[in-house]
Design a protein around this ligand. Structure first.
Ligand SMILES: C[S@@+](CC[C@H](N)C(=O)[O-])C[C@H]1O[C@@H](n2cnc3c(N)ncnc32)[C@H](O)[C@@H]1O
Length: 279
């Protein structure tokens, strides 16, 4: 494989920009890797090409996102054809075609995923997010020449996902972490706890993931710690998270993050996030 696989969607809370910092805290050795809040998979793709003899268990609760991974793995030819057709129609008349596709709700697997990838590349801010309730209503983005069919990367992801050592599932993080054992490494990147009511965090916080879920995750963090797994968690530097994880305070690292999520460029300044580890 000549091209290194990278996230094929721009995802809310994506960790591509933070990889240089996260990388420093990845254990040198582990048997199995668990990432139950996979999103665009920045950390997974970064590691999977480096570490041999590891078994990978990646998952997310977002069914359309998981379907995208599965479709790239199993139906790449049809998917690329469908994206190419979107691309041709888009460039004839971007705004008309964008809104037309936005209003569709395809049932077919390839069409569904191809719509998601198309909108992700062309919508405002490139932050297509699907959730169980909300209708997707992001306007057209201001791209001059969006790379709608990133064929090289899609093929690189396709080849990578052929490995029998990679399991991709759609489930809640608790189910995903049932079989974690001593010697395994778990990277947790949940939707972040909002820092304050005034912060414009809703744009990349999954509103379905509330404080009860953060507590549920903390419970899991503790039980995996007892089992002897290595755990690394990303979250906001919020009062609630600092309080929840106080018994792991020795493993709390503050990082200056520049997330480029806020659409107002003046607000795209660095802010502090946390990495919390138990090792
Ligand atoms: C901050 S994003 C992860 C971003 C990812 N690290 C990346 O680089 O793109 C959080 C993810 O958690 C998923 N999620 C939300 N609630 C979940 C739950 N209860 N169990 C598993 N995944 C969940 C969302 O669908 C979203 O993809």
């Amino acid at each position: 494989m000549s091209v290194v696989p990278k996230p094929f969607v721009k995802w809310a809370g994506g960790k591509r920009q933070l990889l240089p910092i996260i990388e420093k805290h990845i254990p040198d050795e582990f048997n199995r890797y668990f990432e139950p809040f996979l999103g665009g998979g920045a950390v997974f793709f970064h590691l999977v090409i480096q570490k041999k003899q590891v078994k990978w268990f990646v998952s997310d609760l977002n069914s359309e996102l998981v379907l995208s991974y599965i479709t790239i793995r199993d139906k790449i030819k049809e998917l690329i054809e469908s994206l190419e057709s979107h691309s041709t129609s888009y460039f004839k008349n971007p705004s008309v075609y964008y809104y037309k596709v936005r209003d569709t709700n395809p049932k077919n697997q390839v069409d569904k995923v191809s719509r998601l990838l198309f909108l992700n590349k062309t919508c405002f801010n490139g932050l297509y997010r699907v959730n169980s309730k909300g209708k997707f209503n992001v306007p057209l983005g201001k791209y001059v020449n969006p790379n709608i069919v990133n064929k090289e990367n899609l093929l690189a992801v396709h080849y990578t996902l052929q490995s029998k050592d990679i399991s991709i599932k759609h489930h809640d993080f608790e189910d995903a972490l049932k079989n974690v054992e001593k010697g395994d490494f778990v990277y947790l990147d949940p939707p972040y706890q909002p820092v304050s009511n005034t912060a414009n965090f809703t744009s990349y916080t999954d509103s379905d993931f509330n404080y009860k879920d953060q507590e549920r995750l903390f419970g899991k963090f503790k039980s995996l710690d007892k089992k002897g797994a290595k755990i690394l968690l990303s979250n906001s530097k919020s009062k609630e998270i600092m309080h929840l994880y106080q018994e792991f305070s020795k493993g709390i690292i503050e990082i200056n993050a520049n997330r480029f999520i806020n659409s107002v460029s003046g607000k795209r300044t660095g802010h502090i996030e946390l990495l919390i580890k138990n090792y």
